[in-house]
Design a protein around this ligand. Structure first.
Ligand code: ADP
Ligand code: MG
Length: 629
C-alpha cells in the first residue's frame, strides 16, 4: 500500500525532470522563461528589421556623424568631408528627396569650400541641410512611433511574463509542498524499507523453518508410506483373521449348542444325583446314630470300653463284678451296642466329618438336616460340633459350612444361586437366648418360637445373620462362645446345662430352570446328659436338671415317634423339639452323635448314654426291617 505513493512520486519526479516526455505545463514554461528575453529581442529586432529599423540605424549613424560632420563642416571643414558625403548620398538616395543638382552644380565641385561670395550656393546648401534634417526628423519620429509601439508590446509581454513568472512561482511552491510531502513519503519509504528488511529477515527465518518442515514432511511421508504398507499387511491379516473369526464363531455357536445340551444333561444328572443320594441316605436311614469315644486325657482307652477291630459299628461296655463270696471267679458283664458307626478315640475330626458330609450334601440338595451331640459333660460334644481353632481339629459346624459354601460355588456354574442365613440360639431352662446378640445386656429381648402357616419355624427378636464364607461362620461361633461365657458363673457351668443350636438356613434358586430349594442345617450341642442324685440337686440345679432331663427325654421320644412314623409327634413338649420340628420330620435327616467319656468313673453315665442312643437306633433299625417285610 505504501508503495503506491512512492511509485507515483517517482513518476512525478521523472516526469518533471524529463521535459521531452510530458512537459506541457512545466518544461515549456521554463523554456519560455529562458527564451523569452532572447525571443523578445529578435522579435523586436525582426519587427524593426522588417519595419523601419535599418533605415533608422542607417540614418542614425550618419545622423550623428553627419551632425558632427555638419558641425565639423561648420566648424572645421576638411577631414570629415569624405565620410559625410557618402552617408548623405545614401540617405538622399534612400529618401529620394535629395536634390542632386545642388551637388551637380559644381559649386563645390572638387571638394572645396564655397566661395564667400557664393551665398546662393551657401543658402542652397543650408536648404539642403534643412531638408535633410526634416527628412531625418520625420524618420526619427516614425522610428519613435515604432519604438513606442514595440515598447507597449514589450510591456504587455513583460506583464505576461510576470504573470507567467507568478504562475511558475506558484507552481514552484506547489512543487515545494509536493517535495515536502514527498520527504514524508521518503520517511515512510525508509520505514517501509526497514519493515521490509525485518520482513525479509522474518521471511528468511520462515524459509528456514519451511525447509525444516519440508524435511519433516518428507520424513513423515516416508513414514506414511511405511504405515500404508503396514496397514495393507494388517488389512490382509485382518481379512484372514475375520475369516478365521467367522469360522470360530460358527464353532463357538456349535460349542454353545453343545454346552447348552450338556448343561441340560448336567442338570438332569445333578437332579438324578440328588435323587440317588437321597435314596442312599434313606437306605442308610433318615435317622442315624454315631458313637464317638473320647480318648483318655493321657491317651489310649480304658479297659471297660471295647471296640472290635474288625467292626466299626459295635461297642462293648464291660463290667467286671467281683465275686461276693470270693469262691467264684469274678464275673464280667458285657453290654453290647451297635450303631451306624462307632468312632474310637483315634478317630480324627476329618474322619468323623466324612461320615456326615453326605448329610451336609443333602442339606444343600434341599433336605433338612439335624445333627445332635448327646452325652455327659466332658464327653466331647462341643469338641465334635465346634472343635478347636486349628484346622485339623475343627469340628462339624465349620467343616459343614465350608463344604456347603464350596458346593454352592460349584453349583453356581450350573445356574444355582444360594443365600445362607445363620442363627445361634441357646436353650437354658426352657428359655431361649440369642447367642449372636451384640446389644446391651440390659436390653436383651425375650424370644418366642413362632410357626408360620407354611410350617416354618422362626424365633422372634433373634439375630439372623447372612453369611457367605467360612470365616464369617467362625466369627459367629466365637461370638456365641463369648455370649455363653458371660452368662456362666464359676459354680455354674451353664454351657454344659444348656443346648446350643446352630442353624443355617439355605435357600437355592436356579432361575434358568425355575427350580428352588430350601432347607435348614441344624447342628446341636446338647446339654450334658448326666443324671444327678436327686437329693444333691436343689434350687436352681434342680430346675436345670428337670429341664435338661425333660428336653433330652422328649428328644428321644420325638425321634422314636418319627422313626416309627407315628401320627403324633410330641414336639411341643420341649422348647428344643418345638424349635427343631421343621428339621426333624418328613424327609429330613437326623444324626445323633453319642459322645462317650472313657474314664472308668463315667461308666454309669456311659451306659445310660449308650442305652438312650441305642433306643433311638433300635427304633430306626426296627423301622428299616419293617420296611423290608
Ligand atoms: P463336652 O462339650 O461334652 O462337655 P468337650 O467337648 O468340652 O466336652 O470335651 C472335653 C475335653 O476333652 C476338651 O478339652 C476337649 O478338647 C477334649 N476332647 C473331647 N473329645 C476329644 C477328642 N475326640 N480328641 C481329643 N480331645 C477331645
Ligand atoms: Mg460342651
Amino acid at each position: 500500500m505504501s508503495r503506491l505513493p512512492v511509485m507515483s512520486s517517482k513518476r512525478v519526479l521523472t516526469s518533471s525532470s524529463s521535459s521531452s516526455e510530458n512537459g506541457q505545463d512545466f518544461a515549456p514554461a521554463q523554456k519560455k522563461i529562458r527564451k523569452d528575453p532572447e525571443s523578445v529581442k529578435p522579435q523586436a529586432a525582426a519587427t524593426i528589421i522588417g519595419g523601419k529599423r535599418p533605415p533608422v540605424a542607417a540614418t542614425r549613424a550618419p545622423l550623428s556623424k553627419s551632425v558632427r560632420g555638419m558641425g565639423a563642416a561648420t566648424v572645421a571643414v576638411g577631414p570629415s568631408r569624405g565620410v559625410l558625403k557618402p552617408s548623405i548620398a545614401s540617405a538622399a538616395a534612400k529618401g529620394g528627396n535629395t536634390k542632386q543638382p545642388a551637388v551637380s552644380t559644381g559649386t563645390k565641385a572638387g571638394g572645396g569650400r564655397r566661395h564667400a561670395w557664393d551665398l546662393k550656393g551657401k543658402v542652397s546648401d543650408m536648404e539642403d541641410k534643412v531638408r535633410n534634417y526634416q527628412t531625418k526628423f520625420k524618420s526619427i519620429n516614425q522610428e519613435n512611433e515604432v519604438l513606442k509601439g514595440s515598447m507597449a508590446q514589450s510591456q504587455t509581454r513583460v506583464a505576461e511574463v510576470e504573470k507567467q513568472l507568478e504562475k511558475q512561482r506558484n507552481q514552484i511552491r506547489e512543487y515545494e509542498e509536493e517535495l515536502q510531502a514527498l520527504s514524508g513519503v521518503r520517511d515512510e519509504l525508509e520505514k517501509v524499507s526497514s519493515d521490509k528488511s525485518t520482513l525479509q529477515k522474518e521471511l528468511s527465518n520462515l524459509e528456514g523453518k519451511y525447509k525444516v518442515m519440508e524435511t519433516l514432511r518428507d520424513s513423515q511421508e516416508t513414514e506414511l508410506q511405511t504405515l500404508k504398507m503396514k496397514l495393507s499387511v494388517q488389512e490382509s491379516t485382518l481379512a484372514r483373521v475375520q475369516a478365521t473369526l467367522r469360522d470360530t464363531e460358527e464353532e463357538v455357536r456349535c460349542l454353545k449348542e453343545t454346552v447348552a445340551q450338556q448343561r441340560d444333561e448336567l442338570h438332569a444328572g445333578e437332579m438324578e444325583r440328588r435323587r440317588l443320594h437321597n435314596t442312599i441316605q434313606e437306605l442308610k436311614g433318615n435317622i442315624r446314630v454315631f458313637c464317638r469315644v473320647r480318648p483318655l486325657v493321657g491317651g489310649g482307652l480304658s479297659k471297660h470300653i471295647q471296640l472290635p477291630a474288625s467292626d466299626n459299628k459295635t461297642i462293648t461296655l464291660a463290667k467286671t463284678e467281683e465275686s461276693h463270696t470270693g469262691k467264684t471267679a469274678d464275673t464280667q458283664k458285657n453290654y453290647n451296642f451297635s450303631f451306624d458307626k462307632v468312632f474310637g478315640p483315634q478317630a480324627s475330626q476329618q474322619e468323623v466329618f466324612e461320615e456326615i458330609s453326605l448329610l451336609v450334601q443333602s442339606a444343600l440338595d434341599g433336605y433338612n438336616v439335624c445333627c445332635f451331640a448327646y452325652g455327659q459333660t466332658g464327653s466331647g460334644k462341643t469338641y465334635t460340633m465346634e472343635g478347636d481353632e486349628f484346622d485339623e481339629s475343627r469340628g462339624v459346624i465349620p467343616r459343614g459350612v465350608q463344604q456347603i459354601f464350596k458346593a454352592a460355588e460349584k453349583l453356581g456354574a450350573q445356574g444355582w444361586e444360594f443365600t445362607f442365613t445363620a442363627s445361634f440360639v441357646e436353650i437354658y431352662n426352657e428359655t431361649l437366648r440369642d447367642l449372636l446378640y451384640t446389644g446391651k445386656a440390659s436390653k436383651r429381648p425375650e424370644h418366642e418360637i413362632r410357626k408360620s402357616a407354611n410350617n416354618e419355624v422362626t424365633i422372634t427378636n433373634l439375630t439372623y445373620e447372612k453369611v457367605s464364607n467360612e470365616d464369617q461362620v467362625l466369627g459367629l461361633i466365637a461370638l456365641a462362645n463369648q455370649n455363653r461365657s458371660t452368662a456362666q458363673t464359676a459354680q455354674n457351668d451353664r454351657s454344659s446345662r444348656s443346648h446350643s443350636v446352630f442353624q443355617l438356613d439355605i435357600e437355592g434358586v436356579n432361575a434358568g430352570r425355575d427350580v428352588k430349594c430350601k432347607s435348614t442345617l441344624c447342628l446341636v450341642d446338647l446339654a450334658g446328659s448326666e443324671r444327678m442324685v436327686k437329693s444333691q440337686s436343689q434350687g436352681e440345679r434342680f430346675k436345670e436338671m428337670t429341664a435338661i432331663n425333660g428336653s433330652l427325654s422328649n428328644l428321644g421320644i420325638v425321634i422314636t415317634a418319627l422313626a416309627n412314623k407315628e401320627s403324633y409327634v410330641p414336639y411341643r413338649n420341649s422348647k428344643l423339639t418345638y424349635l427343631l420340628q421343621g428339621c426333624l420330620g418328613g424327609n429330613s435327616k437326623t444324626l445323633m452323635f453319642v459322645n462317650i467319656a472313657p474314664e472308668t468313673d463315667s461308666f454309669g453315665e456311659t451306659l445310660n448314654s449308650l442305652r438312650f442312643a441305642s433306643k433311638v437306633n433300635d427304633c430306626v433299625i426296627g423301622t428299616a426291617s419293617a420296611n423290608r417285610k
